[in-house]
Ligand binder design. Structure first.
Ligand SMILES: C[S@@+](CC[C@H](N)C(=O)[O-])C[C@H]1O[C@@H](n2cnc3c(N)ncnc32)[C@H](O)[C@@H]1O
Length: 321
């Protein structure tokens, strides 16, 4: 047993004492304390798939091509996975885990530890459980809960990760403070969040195709802005107020995949709840114009290997003192 491992065990014990409770068996599960917070339609399509397709959609037939959020973000996921630095005995919390690809990745890396994914969507959690079971993973668990108010297991986590699951908190300081209480001393937070709308080609292009000249963009409900953590100064302020230190930002520029060809991409994007909402606001003539403009936009981004848009994200790192 290495020195690092023993140090971490001591810190785990100290933190468990600090939390004042006995060890928590993640596989027994814990009562769901939070109510299901329905994910409403965000302004931008990529986020909206969660309102409708719950992160998964199969476009088969002519295209013989499966598209889902994991496929769309596979390059982002590779970039994120390279930065985790998960040790075999780590305990990992995945915030807003969705269908749990990142939770499963973490569980595989934490082969002697475990990973817990939390999400407010009951359907996503059910899917995450099915996928983990299908992959035969035994050191992973999922909870349907709101991380902002969830009572975490007393046995503290070494690391909290998130792939685009931290931008929608009603009260970000409260949520990150609660996440901080779940971490051991010097435990780490590592999350991927979008940079601003203007830096994201996918957002500008799709929004433009659906919104410009045909009315104002679909409004963003307060607190559900996918770009809410785009500004480093704001993120620093929030994390500082939540008790985190050593906040750093890594620029990630990656292409996003929208399908094998224009028809597949159109079907994928057209199925997002907010795409439908944007189109529903138009009269039939304008709707056709907007749909055609979206098709043209996608055609401009079609290559031999599919439809791709540029994107910019941050990997934000912070730690508990
Ligand atoms: C853009 S999706 C990302 C999902 C997942 N991380 C992935 O990359 O596939 C955002 C997720 O955050 C979840 N979410 C939003 N607010 C949350 C909260 N307060 N607590 C837990 N999950 C939340 C949503 O239900 C949704 O599944």
């Amino acid at each position: 047993m290495g020195r690092g491992h023993r140090r971490k065990q001591r810190e785990h014990r100290a933190d468990a004492d600090h939390h004042g409770a006995a060890a928590f068996d993640v596989f027994r599960g814990s009562p769901v304390t939070a109510h299901h917070n329905m994910v409403r339609c965000f302004r931008l399509p990529v986020q909206c798939q969660y309102a409708k397709h719950l992160g998964m959609k199969t476009v088969m037939g002519d295209h013989d091509q499966r598209i889902d959020y994991d496929a769309e973000l596979h390059r982002h996921n590779e970039a994120l996975r390279r930065t985790y630095e998960i040790e075999p005995d780590d305990r990992v919390l995945d915030i807003g885990c969705g269908a749990g690809q990142t939770t499963r990745d973490a569980a595989r890396l934490a082969s002697d530890g475990w990973a817990l994914g939390i999400d407010t969507s009951a359907d996503m959690i059910a899917r995450a459980r099915r996928l983990a079971e299908a992959e035969g993973l035994r050191n992973v668990a999922f909870e349907h809960a709101d991380v902002q108010e969830h009572r975490f297991p007393p046995e503290p986590f070494d690391l909290a990760i998130s792939r685009f699951g931290t931008m929608f908190f009603r009260d970000p300081v409260a949520a990150f403070t609660n996440i901080g209480t779940a971490l051991r001393r010097r435990g780490r937070l590592l999350m991927m969040v979008w940079q601003g709308h203007d830096r994201n080609e996918w957002s500008v292009s799709i929004d433009g195709a659906l919104g410009s000249n045909v009315g104002s963009p679909v409004p963003t409900p307060k607190g559900l802005d996918p770009f809410s953590l785009a500004d480093p100064a704001t993120v620093r302020q929030v994390l500082d107020a939540a008790g985190f230190t050593a906040v750093t930002f890594t620029d990630v520029r990656q292409a996003m995949y929208f399908g094998r060809d224009v028809a597949a991409a159109l079907e994928w994007i057209g199925g997002f709840a907010c795409t439908e909402a944007a189109l529903d606001r138009l009269d039939p003539g304008d709707r056709e114009v907007a749909r055609e403009r979206l098709r043209e936009t996608l055609a401009l981004h079609a290559r031999d290997d599919g439809v791709w848009f540029d994107s910019r994200a941050w990997i934000v790192r912070a730690s508990r003192p």
